[in-house]
Design a protein around this ligand. Structure first.
Ligand code: MG
Length: 255
């Protein structure tokens, strides 16, 4: 079911957005060569406790997950594209890591992700990050009253295709509200002027994720982490966005 939020509710959701942004700022600042993924999870967990927030991930157990996630942040390193389960791994020079975090504050959820390089970057990795961030911006720009969901999808997809990248449409954005995953689905590719009419009060996560040389994935033996089929690196970025009469409002905007 698609729910529309009132301006008052959207205002209430700002606290969750701000908190999620602050956790991504803290964990990305801590991510460096030699730092353990479990340390990043602990930093996020400490912030959740201090804030009195609720993790959307720790008890998360959907049909495709082997067991409850058990951690509060997704850390997807290199060929890991999505749902990277934090484990005992120390980041190495040149690693690409995406941090994906969702939490509930005062009953409202926000969801956001970023991708960064620790240590010395490879040129092609920086380019993939740039393209994926640009796709996110294009998707957000299309999230306006009077448009269609297909406009958002087409904006994201056309950036990918323009850069010669394939798009995996198995996972995309989603409605965000009292829970992390709701309607509508926000595909990362599609046709403009099609799909759900966009109205003020719609709140959803837009989350392009692209891989260097494939659009296929497989599930790691940990039961969670989704990796690129050919081992090429993946970038994932995400914001929770509210459609307002004044345009798209990025609830999870950082700094
Ligand atoms: Mg997310």
């Amino acid at each position: 079911m698609i729910e529309l939020r009132t301006p008052t509710e959207i205002n209430e959701m700002r606290a969750a957005g701000k908190f999620v942004a602050s956790v991504l700022e803290a964990t990305s600042a801590a991510a460096a060569v030699g730092v353990n993924l479990l340390t990043l999870d602990r930093i996020a967990h400490d912030m959740i406790r201090k804030q009195g927030a609720e993790s959307c991930y720790i008890d998360y157990h959907p049909s495709f997950g082997g067991s409850p996630f058990g951690k509060v942040i997704c850390t997807s390193v290199n060929d890991a594209a999505l749902h990277g389960l934090p484990h005992d791994y120390r980041l190495r020079d040149g690693d690409m890591i995406s941090l994906d975090f969702a939490a509930s504050v005062n009953g409202w959820v926000a969801d956001s992700a970023l991708t960064m390089i620790v240590g010395t970057p490879r040129e092609e990795d920086l380019r993939l990050i740039e393209v994926t961030e640009f796709a996110l911006e294009a998707g957000i720009a299309a999230a306006v009253v009077g448009g269609r969901m297909g406009d958002v999808s087409a904006a994201i997809g056309s950036v990918a295709h323009g850069a010669g990248l394939g798009v995996n449409t198995d996972f995309g954005g989603h409605g965000v509200g009292r829970t992390m995953h709701g309607d509508p689905h926000v595909p990362n590719d599609g046709r403009a002027k099609r799909g759900l009419p966009l109205r003020a009060g719609l709140v959803f996560a837009i989350e392009p994720w692209f891989m260097h040389t494939t659009d296929k994935i497989y599930t790691d033996k940990d039961g969670w982490t989704l990796r690129s089929k050919d081992g090429s690196r993946a970038v994932h970025v995400e914001h929770t966005v509210a459609i307002t009469e004044d345009g798209p409002l990025v609830l999870t905007a950082r700094g």
